[in-house]
Design a protein around this ligand. Structure first.
Ligand SMILES: C[S@@+](CC[C@H](N)C(=O)[O-])C[C@H]1O[C@@H](n2cnc3c(N)ncnc32)[C@H](O)[C@@H]1O
Length: 186
C-alpha cells in the first residue's frame, strides 16, 4: 500500500548516491522544452528532477495507477510551484497521454506490469518518431530482497518484450550496480 511514509521513502531511496540519479539524468540527454512521461511516478522523485531539466517550455506527465501517488505529487507541485507537471491516473494495463512525448521513463516499474507484452504494444503511438523509452529495472541478483520477492526483470527479458512490441535497443549502459539501464527507440 502506498502511504505518504512509503512515498517519502521511495524518494529517499531514489536520491541515495547508490542509485546514481544524476548519472541517470545525464545519460537521458534531456533538452529544454522536452515532454517527458514518468510512468509509475511513485513519490515523484524523477518527475520533479525532469521538471527542472525541461524548464517552463517543457512538460512532465506523471503517471500512476495509484491516486495516493498522484495526490502526493500534486501537493508538492502546488506547494513548491512546479507549473509544468501534469498527473495522469492510468489503468494497470496501459497508458494514455494527451499528446506525443519525447521520452517515456520507467524506473523500477517494469516488473510490476501484469501483461508486459500487451502493455508496450500500443505505446509507440504516444512517442514522437525520434523519441525514446528509458527502462530501468532491477537485475536478478539472486539471494537478496529484489531476487527473493521477484522485484526484477532480467535485461534479456526487458529487451525481448520491447523488441516484440516494436522497439529496438538504442543504448544499453552499465553504470548502475543493481539495475539495468536501456534506451529503446521506435
Ligand atoms: C517501486 S515504485 C517506483 C517509483 C518511481 N518510479 C521511482 O523510481 O522512485 C513503483 C510505482 O509504479 C506504480 N505502478 C505499479 N504498477 C503500475 C502500472 N501498471 N502502471 C503505472 N504505474 C504503476 C506504483 O503505484 C508505484 O508508484
Amino acid at each position: 500500500m502506498l502511504t505518504n511514509f512509503r512515498l517519502n521513502m521511495l524518494n529517499r531511496e531514489a536520491a541515495s548516491p547508490r542509485y546514481k540519479s544524476s548519472e541517470i539524468i545525464k545519460n537521458m540527454d534531456i533538452k529544454r522544452g522536452d515532454i517527458i512521461a514518468d510512468i509509475g511516478t511513485g513519490g515523484g522523485y524523477f518527475t520533479f528532477k525532469f521538471s527542472i531539466e525541461v524548464g517552463m517550455d517543457g512538460k512532465v506527465y506523471a503517471l500512476d495507477t495509484n491516486q495516493k501517488s498522484l495526490d502526493f505529487v500534486n501537493n508538492k507541485s502546488q506547494q513548491e510551484v512546479f507549473d509544468n507537471i501534469k498527473t495522469v491516473k492510468v489503468s494497470e494495463n496501459g497508458i494514455y497521454l494527451p499528446e506525443k512525448v519525447d521520452t517515456i521513463f520507467l524506473r523500477n516499474v517494469f516488473h510490476h506490469l501484469p501483461q508486459q507484452d500487451e502493455y508496450f504494444k500500443n505505446m509507440g503511438k504516444f512517442l514522437k518518431n525520434d523519441g525514446k523509452i528509458v527502462v530501468i529495472d532491477y537485475k536478478n541478483k539472486g539471494f537478496c530482497f529484489t531476487g527473493i520477492f521477484g522485484h526484477y526483470t532480467s535485461e534479456q527479458n526487458v529487451m525481448d518484450i520491447m523488441e516484440r512490441a516494436g522497439f529496438f535497443v538504442g543504448e544499453k549502459l552499465d553504470f548502475l550496480p543493481e539495475q539495468s539501464f536501456i534506451i529503446f527507440k521506435k
